[in-house]
Design a protein around this ligand. Structure first.
Ligand SMILES: [Zn+2]
Length: 92
């Protein structure tokens, strides 16, 4: 049986699935018997999920930026179409 300290230390690798089969079994057994560590595990897993969601959300601004860039270029093209008219007016 592992102690609470080693269980808590193993939580991150446990969540990241970096533990060996033996360690996974030991952590799982400890979590079954220890509500305190189980709570800690659920909290860490919850945090990990938030981080993963945040990482996914970071992709959104990229596509948003792409859309802004696209509309900016459309706007610039429209302005460039207008410009020759102005030049012709000033040339007269
Ligand atoms: Zn414990």
């Amino acid at each position: 049986m592992i102690t609470c300290t080693s269980c808590v230390q193993a939580l991150y690798p446990y969540i990241d699935r970096e533990l060996s089969e033996e360690d996974i079994v030991q952590v799982r057994q400890h979590l079954d018997d220890c509500p305190g560590c189980l709570h800690m595990f659920q909290f860490q897993e919850y945090l990990g999920r938030i981080v993963r969601v945040r990482c996914r959300e970071q992709l959104a601004p990229d596509s948003l930026r792409a859309r802004i860039m696209a509309s900016f270029q459309t706007e610039r093209m429209r302005r460039e179409v207008r410009r020759p008219d102005r030049r012709r007016v000033s040339a007269e």
